[in-house]
Write a protein that binds this ligand. Structure first.
Ligand code: SAM
Ligand code: SF4
Length: 473
C-alpha cells in the first residue's frame, strides 16, 4: 500500500476532536503528527487542549523513570475529564501510545482502567481499526509487526504541513542494536530498521512543495542509517544527505541523534561538501571516563570520541557540538566524574543535556549497585554549571557575527519575527512578516542566555564563510 494524502471529505465524515500530547524525543513529535494524519480520514481534527476532545492520545516516553511517572499522573487528570464528559452524555476515548505503551502494555490498563487503548510505536498505522474495536473492550497492540508502518501511515495535507511550519522532521531510521547498559530503547523501539531512500526523498519533496525549507532527519541512532537505494543497495546517511541536498527549496539539513561509532568517513566528508548541512551536531558521549564508557557498553573510548570530533572539525571548522551526559551511573567514582568535566572543557560544547542516571527495569545497569541520589544531585549540578559556562562562551562569540537566519514565526513583540541561526539558536529580529519561510542575513547585535537578537544585514556571508569557529578548551 502506498502513502495517501489524508484530508477527509468534510461532508462524508463527522468531525471529531483529537488531542495528542507528546513526551520525550523528536521522534515522538514526528509520530504524533503521523498519528494525527492517519486519523484525519476518519474525521479527526487536532485540537490544542484535552477539554472537549473525543480522543485523547498520550504519546509517551520511557527513557527515564520521571518521564514514565508523568504519564500516570496525566492519566489521573484525563480520567476525571472522561468521567465529566460521560456525565454530560459524551464519550471520550483515552489511548496510550509510545514507549511506555510498548514497555508496560497490559499493566497500563490495570493501573489506569480509564485507558481504552494501548498502542506500541510500531502499530500506529492500525489506529483507525483499533478505535473501531474499542466499543467491544480494551484494545492492546504492542507487537513488532513485519509490515512497514511507514507504508501505511497517511501523509498530511498541504495545508496541515504549512501550518506545522517551515522546519520539519523526517524519521529515516528507528530502533537500536547498540544495547547501552542503561537504555530501554532497544527494548521499546526494537531492532534497527531504515526506510528506503526513495520514500524519504518523496517525503522531502512533498514537504518542500508545501513550503518546508529545513529538514531534520531523525532516528534513535540516525547515523546507523542503511536504507535501500533505488538499485536495492544499502545507502549510508552521508549518501542520503547528498540526495536530499539536491531537493529544490530544501535549504537546510540536519540529523539527530548520532552515535560516535557510526560516524563514518562519508558522513564526515558530507559536513565539508554539503552547504545545506548545518554546522551543528548532536553527538552524545554520556561520560568522559573510559571505565564508565566500558560499563555502559558504549564500545568507544574517550580518545575515540575526541578523534571523531577532531576529524569533524577538520572537515568543517565552525561545527558546534552538543551532547548528552549521564551522571551517577553505577560505579562512577569522583575520578570518573572529573574525567567527564574535563571532557566538557576539552570539546567546548555549544550546548548539552545532562541527566541523572535513572535505573530502567530490564536493563543490565539497573541490576548494578546504585549510587545515592545525593551524589547524583551534586554531580548533576556541577556538570550543568560547567556546561552553562561553555554555552555562555559560545553564545558570546556570536555577538557581532553575520549569518543566515531561517525565519519561522512571528515574535513576541509587535514587528518582531523569530528564526534560527545555523547553530539552532533562536534569533529575534524586527523585520517584515513576509520574511517568514525565507532565509535572510542577520547581524547579531545582542546576546541573551539562550537566544540572540539582531538586525537584517545587507548581504549574506560569502560562500565558505565560517561564522563562529569552534570554541575548544
Ligand atoms: N541514541 C542516542 C545515543 O546513543 O546517545 C541517545 C538516545 S536516548 C533517547 C537520549 C538520551 O537519554 C541519551 O543520550 C542518554 O543521555 C539519556 N538516557 C538514556 N537512558 C537513560 C537512563 N537510564 N538514565 C538517564 N538518562 C538516560
Ligand atoms: Fe540507547 Fe542510544 Fe545506546 Fe541505542 S545507542 S542503546 S538508543 S543510548
Amino acid at each position: 500500500m502506498t502513502e495517501s494524502v489524508g484530508s477527509p471529505a468534510p461532508s462524508m465524515t463527522p468531525k471529531r476532536k483529537l488531542y495528542v500530547k507528546s513526551y520525550g524525543c523528536q521522534m515522538n513529535v514526528y509520530d504524533a503528527h503521523r498519528m494525527a494524519d492517519t486519523l484525519a480520514p476518519a474525521g479527526y481534527v487536532e485540537t490544542a487542549t484535552p477539554d472537549g476532545a473525543d480522543l485523547i492520545i498520550l504519546n509517551t516516553c520511557h527513557i527515564r523513570e520521571k518521564a514514565a511517572d508523568k504519564v500516570y499522573s496525566e492519566l489521573g487528570r484525563m480520567r476525571v475529564l472522561k468521567q465529566n464528559a460521560a456525565e454530560a452524555g459524551r464519550q471520550v476515548t483515552i489511548a496510550v501510545a509510545g514507549c511506555v505503551a510498548q514497555a508496560e502494555g497490559q499493566e497500563i490498563v490495570r493501573r489506569a482502567p480509564a485507558v481504552d487503548l494501548v498502542v506500541g510505536p510500531q502499530s500506529y498505522h492500525r489506529l483507525p481499526e483499533m478505535l473501531e474495536q474499542v466499543s467491544h473492550g480494551k484494545v492492546i497492540d504492542t507487537e513488532f509487526p513485519v509490515e512497514d508502518k511507514f507504508d501505511h501511515l497517511a501523509a498530511p495535507s498541504r495545508a496541515v504541513t504549512r501550518r506545522r511550519g517551515v522546519s520539519a522532521f523526517i524519521t529515516v531510521q528507528e530502533g537500536c542494536d547498540k544495547f547501552c547498559t542503561f537504555c530501554v530503547v532497544p527494548y521499546t523501539r526494537g531492532a534497527e530498521v531504515s526506510r528506503p531512500v526513495e520514500k524519504i526523498i518523496a517525503e522531502a519533496e512533498r514537504l518542500a512543495e508545501a513550503g518546508v525549507r529545513e529538514i531534520t532527519l531523525i532516528g534513535q541512532n540516525v547515523n546507523a542509517y542503511h536504507g535501500a537505494d533505488a538499485a536495492g543497495r544499502s545507502a549510508t546517511l552521508g549518501r542520503l544527505l547528498h540526495r536530499l541536498a539536491e531537493v529544490p527549496a530544501i535549504a537546510r539539513l540536519r540529523y539527530t541523534t548520532s552515535h560516535p561509532l557510526d560516524m563514518d568517513d562519508g558522513l564526515i566528508a558530507a559536513h565539508r561538501d554539503l552547504p545545506p548541512l548545518m554546522p551543528q551536531l548532536h553527538l552524545p558521549v554520556q561520560s568522559g571516563s573510559d571505565r564508565v564508557l566500558d560499563a555502559m557498553n558504549r564500545r568507544h573510548t574517550r580518545a575515540d570520541y575526541l578523534r571523531v570530533i577532531e576529524r569533524l572539525r577538520a572537515a568543517r571548522a565552525d561545527l558546534a557540538f552538543s551532547s548528552d551526559f549521564i551522571v551517577g551511573f553505577p560505579g562512577e567514582t569522583d575520578a570518573d566524574f572529573a574525567d567527564t568535566l574535563r571532557l566538557v572543557a576539552e570539546v567546548g560544547y555549544a550546548s548539552a543535556f545532562s541527566f541523572k542516571y535513572s535505573p530502567r527495569p530490564g536493563t543490565p545497569a539497573a541490576e548494578m549497585a546504585q549510587l545515592s541520589e545525593a551524589v547524583k544531585d551534586e554531580r548533576l549540578q556541577r556538570l550543568q554549571h560547567e556546561i552553562d559556562r561553555h554555552q555562555a562562551a559560545f553564545i558570546a562569540r556570536c555577538d557581532g557575527v553575520t549569518f543566515d537566519v531561517l525565519f519561522e514565526k512571528p515574535g513576541k513583540k509587535p514587528g518582531q519575527i523569530v528564526g534560527r541561526s545555523p547553530y539552532l539558536q533562536p534569533v529575534q529580529v524586527i523585520a517584515p512578516s513576509n520574511l517568514i519561510g525565507e532565509i535572510a542575513p542577520v547581524t547579531v547585535t545582542e546576546v541573551g542566555s539562550n537566544s540572540l537578537f539582531g538586525a537584517l544585514a545587507e548581504a549574506s556571508p560569502a560562500p565558505g564563510h565560517r561564522p563562529v569557529e569552534a570554541v575548544g578548551a
